[in-house]
Design a protein around this ligand. Structure first.
Ligand code: NAI
Length: 697
């Protein structure tokens, strides 16, 4: 039963019961409405309490219904709210734990609200590109005042019930109940049972003393904060309406804003990312109830750039870490970096001193492999060299306890080869962190041919625990993210050869919304990394055309920020990229040697060649089963590569652009004599989807 009915003497209790968070799906709404009607029809009932079972009052709309006709089927949320508001017996909402979105809007239809302390109260619709759609923008300002309500609606962030209850003049909560919430709510319902008229939020006055100035200020603030997203500004408009028009007109205004936003590409992108994040943890052939191994102790092998950051993730989650190194100096240097990172956080007030000390106390270091004996999870982050990896994995195989998970952070090596260095390939998995590993959200979980299902399930759970977005990738060169980025960089270099400058290319893609263009990104990561990969790749596969212009840059020792010069110049201690006349000359010389007449490339061409290079490789990755769904690819790009969130990731963007149009553009690019026709051969999956009028996501 998705809502239950119970009598407590003369008070009826209607309880939402749709685990995990009492989402207001159609069945739940029907059962809830039936409960309210039953209470109304029972002459012995004097008042009604509504509440939620388990871990929430209500988390709002049922996301499983999102976008389907069921979401609007009667009784819809607006009808339920009206049912409460029109009820001739007092309705008291008893709020606890989680009261969000449609859940909060429902409670605002009740005549009274009581709350337990500690409840998270929010209207988070803005996070999926919407305004609240069931009166939230009209009712919340009436009970909390314009400014508090607008802050909540524009940020979508939860606020604790006790904080809201303490605001002077607030009318959201009639009482905060410390003991048993339901007992308190029933007692409150009896107190108010005979009071008439029944108070309705819609009848409250709503105004701001300096309305025009305040809303102008709010508009400017959200414009600066949410450049690419239309919803925050629409939230301001809706709340302004609550102060300027009659309640019913405000509701119509909110509805039309909600519906208009629903069909914007930004809203589509945010919803895609929201569902993509949840979908990433689902692996088609690994059931949700797969038992997981316990991970109470972690060992990290190697205290270099990655090892320290990886360790911090676990220390932050309260899990003890032992770092193993070959030399004491390397250990000292690695631990020094961890300490420095934490100290910087303490200095900025982001981490309390005692928390910092607790975290450092969880860290031990050793030069002896024997000390990983009791680790449940070992993560290797040593030099990217198959010989070194072999040595490490053979030693781990000898000392690690049975059932320990052996993970490698390799970014380019074959995980199946690494697994074969052990007698337990089923326990070997890739955990590919991104630099800086304590900051970047993305974790590619690399599934080897023999990786056991419970190992995968465990690593995905660990990813969640350390607050990463974990995405599963099959084994291939570069996995999902770097395999795609290689094509993106290849295109960027071709465009240099044709007449573009690093600054023009970076600016164009940054205007599209990328955090950083390909050349600034390469300078940050180190141009020597790509150089090493190219030396290997294009010696093995000389038939692949690539531009040597980046090699020329590296031959001059311009490795990027770390050498003070790369595609750009850098002043000591600064990260601003300054266009380099030397590099531009080098590119011009290179172009001349190739005999390519320079031409002006438009920003649209730059953006399309970069993004569609990602799309084409992404489609191949999908077809090969390296990624199990298009949204996984998008999550990799949104969380690890600075792809603009408002575009939803490369695959989502391709769908929005239209796959037919994407393929047409590829065919156009293939005709360019200085580009690479083979590069722009559309992936068979794209051609097939276009023929079938289907989409990637
Ligand atoms: P690094 O060169 O900064 O650190 C490697 C560390 O491993 C050094 O401190 C070295 O002393 C230690 N080491 C070498 N052999 C060892 C052994 N047998 N036992 C214990 N320690 C040993 O390298 P980095 O950048 O941290 O990379 C490590 C791994 O992470 C590589 O596989 C790399 O491909 C991967 N990776 C690197 C990323 C990056 O941005 N640097 C990003 C993602 C993955």
């Amino acid at each position: 039963m998705s809502a239950t009915y119970e009598l407590r003497g003369d008070v009826a209790v209607v309880t939402l019961n749709n685990p995990p968070v009492n989402g207001l799906g159609h069945e739940t709404r029907k059962a809830f409405a039936a409960g309210i009607e039953r209470a109304q029809g029972d002459a012995a009932v004097r008042a009604i309490v509504i509440t939620g079972a388990g871990k929430a009052f209500s988390g709002g709309a049922d996301i499983r219904e999102f976008g389907s006709p069921k979401a609007l089927a009667e009784p819809n949320l607006l009808s339920l709210i009206k049912l409460l508001e029109d009820c001739d017996k007092p309705v008291v909402a008893a709020i606890h734990s989680v009261c969000m979105g449609g859940g909060l809007e429902l409670s605002l239809g009740a005549h009274y609200r009581v709350a337990a302390p500690g409840a998270n109260v929010a209207l988070p619709e803005v996070k999926i590109g919407l305004v609240p759609g069931a009166g939230g923008t009209q009712r919340l300002p009436r009970v909390l005042g314009v400014e508090t309500a607008l802050n909540m609606i524009v940020s979508g962030e939860p606020v604790k019930s006790e904080l809201l209850a303490s605001l002077p003049g607030q009318k959201l909560f009639d009482r905060l109940i410390d003991g048993d919430l339901l007992d308190g709510a029933v007692a409150f319902a009896r107190e108010v049972a005979d009071r008439r008229p029944l108070p309705r939020v819609r009848d409250l006055k709503c105004a701001h003393p300096q309305g025009d100035a305040y809303f102008q200020f709010a508009r400017n603030t959200v414009k600066a904060m949410a450049r690419h997203f239309p919803a925050p500004a629409r939230c301001v408009d809706c709340v302004e309406q609550s102060t300027k028009t009659k309640f019913d007109d405000g509701m119509v205004y909110e509805r039309s804003a909600f519906l208009a936003l629903m069909s914007t590409p930004e809203c589509k992108a945010l919803r895609h990312a929201f569902f993509g994040e949840r979908a990433a943890s689902k692996i088609p052939d690994v059931p949700d109830d797969t038992p997981v191994r316990e991970v109470r102790k972690v060992a990290v092998i190697g205290a270099g750039t990655m090892g320290g950051g990886i360790s911090m993730n676990f220390l932050n989650a309260g899990i003890p870490v032992t770092i193993v190194e070959t030399k004491a100096e390397a250990l000292e240097r690695g631990v020094g970096v961890v300490r420095k990172n934490y100290e910087a956080q303490v200095k900025k007030g982001k981490l309390a001193q005692d928390k910092y000390e607790q975290r450092m106390a969880l860290l031990t270091t050793t030069l002896a492999y024997d000390d990983v004996r009791d680790a449940d999870l070992v993560i290797e982050a040593v030099f990217e060299d198959i010989g070194v990896k072999e040595q490490v994995f053979r030693q781990l195989d000898a000392v690690a306890k049975p059932g320990a998970i052996l993970a490698s952070n390799t970014s380019t090596l074959d995980l199946d080869r690494i697994a074969a260095f052990t007698q337990r390939p089923q326990d070997v998995v890739g955990m590919h962190f991104f630099s800086p590993a304590n900051v970047m959200k993305l974790l590619e979980v690399v599934r080897g041919a023999k990786t056991a299902k419970d190992v995968l399930a465990t690593v995905m759970a660990v990813g969640k625990k350390i607050k990463k977005t974990a995405v599963v990738s099959g084994v291939c060169d570069g996995f999902i993210g770097n395999r795609m980025v290689e094509q993106y960089i290849r295109q960027a270099l071709f465009m240099l050869e044709e007449g573009a400058t690093p600054t023009q290319i970076d600016k164009a893609i940054e205007k599209f919304g990328f955090a950083m263009g390909p050349f600034r990104m390469s300078d940050l990561a180190g141009n020597d990394i790509g150089w090493a990969i190219r030396k290997r790749r294009y010696v093995e596969k000389p038939q692949i055309r690539y531009s040597r212009v980046a090699d020329r840059l590296c031959e001059q020792g311009r490795f990027g920020q770390k050498t003070g010069a790369g595609w750009y110049d850098y002043r000591p201690g600064r990260r601003d990229a300054i266009p380099s006349p030397l590099v531009e000359q080098m590119i011009a010389d290179h172009r001349k040697e190739l005999g390519v007449p320079p031409r002006q490339l438009g920003d649209d061409e730059v953006v399309q060649r970069l993004v569609f290079a990602l799309v084409n490789e992404g489609a191949k990755i999908l077809e090969e089963g390296i990624a199990s769904k298009a949204s996984d690819i998008d999550m990799v790009y949104l969380t690890g590569y600075g792809f603009p969130l408002h575009r939803g990731g490369p695959m989502c963007y391709a769908d929005t652009f239209g796959l037919f149009n994407v393929v047409q553009a590829m065919k156009r690019f293939a005709k360019n004599p200085h580009d690479d026709a083979a590069f722009w051969q559309p992936a068979p999956l794209l051609t097939r989807l276009v023929a079938e009028s289907r989409t990637l996501t």
